[in-house]
Design a protein around this ligand. Structure first.
Ligand SMILES: Nc1ncnc2c1ncn2[C@@H]1O[C@H](COP(=O)(O)OP(=O)(O)OP(=O)(O)O)[C@@H](O)[C@H]1O
Length: 229
């Protein structure tokens, strides 16, 4: 479901004389249906960069990325957006929303964009918001003023509202209490059981051990840190 082959990434620092910084080389990765893989490695090794490459935010210097049979490398912006609508979910650490859209609308939006009837989309959003213990009195408010943990739970509800075949999770349990952490781990296990391929960054080691089938250390793809470099 996620295939990464011989991927390289460089950053060009335009404000520093156009210096070209290689940050990833020869990255290979495969995540199959129903599998959860964790990216590991020290800070700065390239975990977020690899996630952003797969999400189509960053352009690769060379190599190939395929998600659910669709090419990400070489895809147009329109193709990337279509892939994100239907196949590729992403739960980032921070919620980014349009001001004044109520929480229920923020969570239901991925389904509405797919043409799911409003009533069905809102019912599914309500189910997730309840599971994630967001009090009903907050559903009609914009999440912009919510606490960090509340915003993260809204983000998780939004990321799980559609049954994406592929999910990218960036520290999904980072600012959660034990009860909500358990809900998120259950959501991940349910997504795996329906066949989703999941790639994540989990600094929460116990969470990682429980839901992840394999670890991939990105140090193996970091120029200068590779064993063969
Ligand atoms: N937009 C950018 N421009 C230039 N360099 C960048 C950019 N984004 C990341 N880098 C560099 O790429 C390398 C990998 O960064 P990345 O954020 O992927 O690491 P990480 O493993 O996710 O770290 P952490 O665990 O601290 O989040 C770092 O050396 C970083 O400085």
């Amino acid at each position: 479901m996620i295939i990464v082959k011989n991927l390289s990434k460089t950053f060009t620092l335009h404000n520093q004389g156009g210096a070209v910084i290689p940050v990833m080389t020869g990255a290979d990765l495969h995540v199959g249906r129903g599998e959860c893989v964790a990216l590991t490695g020290p800070s700065g090794a390239g975990k977020s960069t690899l996630m952003r490459l797969i999400h189509g935010n960053y352009l690769a210097a060379s190599g190939e990325i395929r998600v659910a049979g669709h090419a990400v490398t070489g895809a147009s912006a329109r193709e990337i957006l279509a892939l994100r609508r239907t196949h590729l979910g992403y739960v980032s650490q921070f919620l980014r929303v349009i001001p004044r859209v109520p929480t229920s609308g923020v969570v239901a939006e991925p389904l509405l964009r797919l043409g799911v009837p409003r009533q069905t989309a809102e019912a599914r959003a309500a189910e997730l918001l309840s599971r994630l213990n967001i009090p009903e009195r907050l559903w009609s408010l914009s999440p912009t003023t919510f606490s960090g943990g509340e915003q993260q739970r809204v983000n998780i509800a939004r990321g799980f509202v559609h049954d994406y075949p592929v999910l990218l999770l960036d520290e999904p349990t980072a600012s959660l209490d034990a009860t909500n952490r358990e809900v998120v781990l259950n959501l991940i296990e349910e997504a795996k059981a329906r066949g989703a391929a999941i790639l994540g960054i989990f600094h929460d080691e116990a969470a990682r051990t429980r839901v992840c089938d394999r670890l991939v250390d990105v140090t193996g793809f970091t120029p200068g840190l590779r064993h063969d470099a």
